[in-house]
Design a protein around this ligand. Structure first.
Ligand code: PXP
Length: 240
């Protein structure tokens, strides 16, 4: 069965737009867990633009499922992760100017550095996933580095427009996933997955887990907006 990891970064982005604690990402994580999420994912960026050190510390304390901490190979974030000991870290590339993670980590190019960091995490009993493009060379490199999971970047699949583009991207993901399975790795998938493209992906490639953030938080705005407006209207009506 495919598990669902819910990424709560966007809740932190809304919170940070005003400072303070509203909406509280920890609350979002607990609601997601209560609604069936199998794990909570958040990205502690070097610039702390959304999730903060305080958030990951609290998540580490309160979650009933598992915390998957997404992170780049920055020394201070590695230190936080080693102290926190989440169930799993996910290594991603990070650029300050990007809106979101733009491509897979180049495990082949960064193999030596990756191997050292993966070794530290595995010794500390923390699982390691590497977020990679759907590419056999990258799968092999993540395996050589000692990772136990690869997350295959589904961004290009999510941008497909035609049936031929969908098929081409799915075939690339499938080839990479089969290579990973041959090597004994778990396969996760993420980025740009939504209510329209998830079914086609999972029917062809039943990965162990999908990580989804933007589509879920976007839908929550509309599934929750009606009640939010009704509640405020009721309060105003009651006093006027
Ligand atoms: N996986 C990785 C590695 C990511 O960086 C992200 C975005 O933070 C996701 C999954 C979730 O992507 P989305 O928000 O598009 O669902």
């Amino acid at each position: 069965m495919t598990l669902l990891g819910v990424n709560i970064d966007h809740v932190a982005t809304i919170r940070n737009a005003r400072g303070g604690h509203e909406p509280e990402p920890i609350h979002a994580a607990l609601v997601a867990e209560a609604s069936g999420a199998d794990s909570i994912v958040c990205h502690l960026r070097e610039d702390r633009r959304h999730i903060t050190d305080r958030d990951v510390k609290l998540l580490g304390e309160v979650l009933n499922t598992a915390l998957q901490l997404e992170m780049a190979l920055h020394e201070d974030v590695i230190t936080v992760a080693l102290e926190l000991k989440p169930r799993e870290v996910m290594i991603v590339p990070e650029k300050r100017e990007e809106l979101t993670t733009e491509g897979g980590f180049d495990a082949a190019k960064e193999l030596d550095r990756l191997k050292v960091v993966v070794g530290k995490f595995r010794t500390a009993g923390i699982g390691v996933s590497v977020f990679i493009d759907a590419d056999m060379q990258q799968v092999d490199a993540a395996h050589k580095a000692g990772a136990d999971t690869v997350e295959i970047h589904t961004g290009p699949y999510s941008h497909a427009k035609t049936a031929a583009e969908y098929d081409e991207e799915l075939d690339r993901i499938e080839t990479a996933a089969h290579r990973a399975w041959e090597l004994g790795l778990d396969v996760h998938a993420g980025h740009g997955l939504n209510y329209h493209n998830i079914e086609r992906l999972l029917r062809q490639i039943p990965v162990e887990k999908v990580n989804i953030g933007h589509a879920i938080v976007s839908r929550a705005v509309f599934t929750g907006l009606e009640n939010a407006v009704r509640d405020m209207k009721a309060l105003i009506t009651a006093i006027s």
